[in-house]
Design a protein around this ligand. Sequence first.
Ligand SMILES: Cc1ncc(COP(=O)(O)O)c(C=O)c1O
Length: 412
Amino acid sequence: MNENFIQQLFAERVGGNKFGNDAFLYKFEKVTRAKNAATIRNPSVELIDLGIGEPDWMAEPEIINVLNDEAKKRENRGYTGNGIQDFKDAAVKYMEKVYNVYGLDHINEVNHGVGSKSILALLPLAFINPGDITIMTVPGYPVMGTMTKALNGEVVNLPLYEENNFLPDLDSLTSEQRRRAKLLYINYPNNPTGATVSKEFFQKVVQFAQENSIIVVSDAAYAALTFDSEKPLSFLTVDGAKDVGIEVHSLSKSYNMTGWRLAFICGNELVVKGFASVKDNNDSGQFAAIQKAGIYCLQHPEITERTALKYSRRHNLLVEALNNLGFSVKKPRASFYLYVRIPKATKAGRIFESAEDFSQYLITEKLISVVPWDDAGSYVRLSVTFEAKDEDDERRIVKEVKCRFAEANFIF
Ligand SMILES: Cc1ncc(COP(=O)(O)O)c(C=O)c1O
């Protein structure tokens, strides 16, 4: 037996026999390693983490109480398969109340998922044959493309440029790409750009999908976290949307419940059915007590509104601080992400070749962690989910960020 035979058995999709080599490191792993190294080198300096893509708050005590009560009930102990009907009913009512989406069939046009990541990842299993295309946007959430590649499909990346308000240019797709494409993933409010869209954009997407027979997967993970008079907007409010696609909603960010793993898919009946079929072979449903706590959430959208106000407040602080230093950042109207074009250099002569280079500088020299994106211009994503004890502490942290940036003396 070759002692190292397991190393030889890894599939190409995870790096083949080079699996585990640093060359294949996921970007977030690089950020984590740099963070750890910087903390070891500077144990007395506070590391300010603006890189984390998940809420700093806990779920509300009422939600935890529901989980606590329901977890004790014998009837909730087992597999839930494709979910409990009460959660689906609550999801349909939530879509009416928060998004003005009416007429979803509560049995056939909605299903729960073990987080939206899992829904986004599983959908290609129902649709992608070798050679089929999934269209996604970059910078974006990589999970939208990984399963398609694993199935020997092809991923076409549409860049999101600032000059186009971070919208994809669907017209740039060739007729060959449109013919082979089966899935189009979009995500607004967008991670990482923070961009929001109007209903006209969704109308254009529906028209494009109808003309080219492509299924739309609208990832609405941040859709309810709006502020500054922006209202939550669903792709499904567009006439004809349900004929061409589905939307994925998550409780992770809207209810500070990333670890709970609860989301739902709604929209086109056949797509939902296809999802249910592949889901059945991958998980056995989320714990019923968690789904029941989720029902409480969906009945209380004001929880999300409270959370969104916090993000808005923190965005105000950070945007003002950065713009005072010479950056030109625009406050988003939703989500907790602030997307910032990188400076060219420091006055002391440190030139930034890429966003990754800039982010490594920030973590190593300034102990500020951010996430770099070099897909369509060089930007870093700052997340206002940093840990702060109260509003005074929020101001203290942003002031500290401003001080450390000011010392760097950036050139733009
Ligand atoms: C754009 C986007 N979609 C989906 C998700 C997945 O969220 P969850 O699986 O927690 O529902 C995330 C998480 O970061 C995200 O940023």
